[in-house]
Design a protein. Structure first.
Lengths: 471, 302
């Protein structure tokens, strides 16, 4: 065999080995499942133990190792252990939730608590439609660990339960409370004597002023342009009322082309038309755009309240970022200017086939105790869904503005959940449409058309389970 | 000595064959089975749906869009990479002629050879990150240079007209080095006296390359062609890291579609496996076609 034969044969071998197709299914269906029920741990329910935890049952917790790290979870685990000293706790943290845990779900041996978050998040629609997650209703009805006389449900901020509910069943505990708004630097605005504008016309006038000063009014994550869908939809909801969001969430026909959405898209098109967006933004990812904003190259950016901790390393001293609601379109807006999108985020779940299911639920009760929530806020500078858990804690500047914005918004706060119901709709379809719209390649009508086509394609796909929520 | 042959062969062959069966062949077979189900990936239950996934594929515009991009990669990447690889290898091995006897490369051959090989040493993810910064619309190397000479600075990865071609260029850049070395090694096996004879006959460099070098390298070129064709049907890592298929699906490839369908925005493992099966047959056909189309008579030196 000469060298060329070898080459030729390696090529043939390469043929068999190279395509990634088969590797997709490293684990097969048909294994496990069903028969592991016999080994679950159950204790006797009592007033002290409303969820029926078996005190010596081991508990396995898997944490998404992202912006919040894993230290906060270790202290929650320590609190659990304090209550059940005989329980052994297995803690692990990963950035790849889906790849790490998929085989274990198939096998019927998932962990007891999963922090299903990050880019490797498992699509909740798939999990819910496969009955893979446990109902958390018992946690809500159990008494709070350290707030006397109240059930866990009574201690939560409004909207926290709805976000994790699918067809009325509370399945996903979204632990943090996030506000979505428009951010600016108090220092920059103070130095220049600018005032955040409360109406759209004033906002445009301010943009003109900022641009004249040599700063780009806006920047956004061109690689993840869905960030810009948030203020746009928020503008529409404030203009047309919360039913705008319900229609979108319920995949109602032409929900994306409602009058409110049209008004909002027309308004936002102004910042594209008048070139109020930092040049090159369509080519930036979220880190690059947020960094440009922190460097003072742009005045506004749309983001959720995780922005401050995400930007911690590059934010200049005294930058003092502030969140504000989207400007009102006009006096006929159904919601006041102060209304802001506040929602629970950072999802946790107990798999339906978890061996220590009561333990998983009890772990949530620990997280939702005042002590657990305050510890979290102190460690990661983020709010939780437990009401009043920031009392007595000194918050960083940006987070403090988030608390104030949420307080001002009060019962006018709104939210939408189509991104939880149908991950693909926001992550792929609306995302792509936003990219076209905010780079100026399509106008408002085409933008809404493209979003509507995306929503219709989800509505027509019989393999995707549909959810409805009440107004 | 002969009686000890078979135990030895068996000891060496069985472990790799077993590994290959368990980690390569069996997942393939499973993918075929999964592709006929509606498996959603997080339970042990899946209903057989026959060929419904494949039927859905036929009407899936996003899949066709991704395939179209793979077709472009297939048409452009191998030609460019092999062309550049052959050119550089020739220059390094027989490019220098002025005032020297015999056949040598251009000055600094050793340095070039090393520099060309750099991308091969880097992991693909690093290459993607590196180029993402090079293409940075405001502070990137590329636009910095363009601005310095007064040219317009496009958004590259942020523009559907350029994003795909930017990644394609990186793909060629990342591959050329390996083929320079591969062709270079093959060239050094060509007897020097052939070149000396050609030189005496007064052939130009271009004629030498076309009439002598390429025919003598044909087998190697053929192998390169197959590898690059397979790489062109993939392209997943670079695309996922640099553009994630965007803007507006303009740089989507079939591998990314498969990933998004299973792990990304959905968990339709049955459908994703169907995409995988189609990709398997596509790769196989492309490779067989490449082998067939490139078949020529073999040249023996002596």
């Amino acid at each position: 065999m000469n060298r060329r034969d070898i080459l030729r044969r390696t090529a043939a071998a390469g043929l068999l080995a190279t395509p990634a197709a088969g590797l997709l299914a490293g684990c097969a269906t048909g294994g496990g499942g069903g028969d592991s029920d016999a080994e679950t741990y159950k204790g006797t329910k009592s007033d002290q133990n409303p969820l029926g935890v078996k005190e010596d049952a081991p508990l396995e917790v898997v944490i998404f190792n992202g912006g919040f790290g894993e230290e906060y979870a270790k202290s929650h685990e320590a609190m659990y252990k304090e209550k059940y000293p005989k329980a052994e706790i297995k803690h692990s943290a990963t950035q790849e939730i889906n790849k790490t845990l998929q085989p274990r779900f198939v096998d019927g041996t998932p962990p007891d608590v999963v922090n299903n978050s990050g880019a490797g998040q498992i699509d909740f629609n798939g999990l819910v439609s496969q009955n893979a997650i446990a109902d958390l209703g018992d946690v809500l009805n159990a008494p709070s660990l350290d707030i006397p006389g109240k059930t866990v449900k009574d201690t939560l901020l409004p909207g926290a339960v709805e976000v994790g509910s699918y067809d009325g069943r509370f399945l996903v505990l979204n632990y943090t409370y996030t506000a979505y708004g428009i951010w600016h630097s108090t220092k920059l605005f103070g130095d220049r004597g600018w005032q955040y504008a409360k109406t759209w016309d004033e906002h445009i006038a301010l943009c003109r002023q900022i641009k004249a000063a040599g700063i780009a009014p806006w920047t956004y994550a061109g690689k993840h342009p869905r960030y810009m869908s948030w203020p746009l939809i928020a503008t529409a909801i404030k203009f047309g009322g919360p039913s705008v969001a319900t229609a979108i969430d319920n995949l109602e026909p032409n929900a994306w082309k409602s009058d409110a959405m049209k008004a909002a898209a027309d308004a936002w098109h102004q910042i594209v038309k008048d070139k109020y967006i930092l040049d090159g933004s369509p080519g930036l990812d979220h880190v690059q755009s947020q960094t440009a904003w922190c460097q003072g190259k742009a005045a506004f950016i749309s983001c959720g309240s995780w922005l401050e901790s995400e930007q911690k390393k590059v934010t200049p001293e005294g930058f003092n970022m502030t969140v504000q609601p989207t400007p009102s379109l006009g006096s006929s807006d159904k919601l006041p200017y102060e209304a802001i999108r506040g929602t629970a985020g950072e999802p946790f779940m107990v798999p339906a086939k978890a061996k220590n299911l009561p333990g998983g639920l009890e772990y949530f009760r620990v997280m939702l105790s005042k002590k657990g929530a305050q510890d979290f806020t102190r460690k990661v500078a983020s709010l939780t869904i437990v009401a009043g858990s920031t009392e007595g804690i000194e918050l960083p500047f940006g987070l403090d503005t988030v608390v104030k914005a949420l307080d001002a918004s009060g019962s006018n706060g709104f939210n939408w959940v189509y991104n939880n119901y149908y991950r693909k709709l926001e992550r792929e379809l609306v995302d792509a449409a936003c990219g076209e719209f905010f780079s100026g390649r399509i106008g408002p009508a085409e933008f809404l058309d493209q979003c509507q086509r995306g929503a219709d394609s989800i509505a027509q796909d019989s393999s995707i389970k549909k959810y409805k929520r009440a107004a | 000595m002969r009686h000890g042959k078979y135990p030895l062969i068996v000891t060496f062959l069985v472990p790799p064959l077993l590994l290959y069966l368990v980690f390569v062949v069996s997942p393939y077979l499973q993918a075929f089975q999964i592709s006929t189900t509606d498996w959603l990936g997080y339970s042990a239950e899946a209903d057989p749906v026959g060929l419904a996934n494949f039927e859905a594929l036929l009407h899936d515009g996003r899949v066709w869009n991704a395939l179209k991009n793979n077709a472009w990669l297939l048409a452009v990447v191998p030609v460019l990479t092999i062309g550049l690889g052959l050119f550089f290898a020739t220059m390094l091995n027989m490019g220098g002629r002025k005032g020297r006897a015999g056949v040598t490369g251009v000055r600094g051959t050793a340095v070039y050879r090393m520099v060309y090989f750099f991308p091969q040493v880097l992991s693909v993810v690093i290459i993607a990150l590196l180029w993402k910064e090079v293409y940075h619309p405001n502070s990137g190397l590329l636009n910095g240079t363009l601005r310095a000479v007064g040219l317009p600075a496009p958004t590259w990865l942020g523009d559907p007209r350029t994003a795909f071609w930017c990644v394609l260029a990186v793909m060629v850049w990342a591959n050329v080095g390996f083929y320079v070395v591969l062709f270079g090694a093959a060239m050094s096996a060509i007897p020097r006296d052939i070149y000396e004879a050609v030189l005496l006959d007064g052939a130009s460099r271009w004629t030498t390359l076309r009439r002598v070098t390429i025919p003598l390298l044909w087998d190697t070129v053929q192998v390169a062609w197959i590898y690059l064709a397979i790489a062109a049907l993939d392209g997943f890592i670079l695309i996922q890291q640099m553009t994630n298929g965007g803007p507006n699906f303009s740089s989507d490839v079939i591998g990314l579609r498969m990933y998004e369908t299973a792990f990304g925005s959905e968990s339709k493992f049955g459908y994703a496996s169907a995409i995988g099966v189609v990709l398997f047959f596509l790769t196989l056909s492309v490779a067989v076609l490449a082998l067939r189309a490139a078949r020529r008579d073999r040249i023996e030196y002596s």
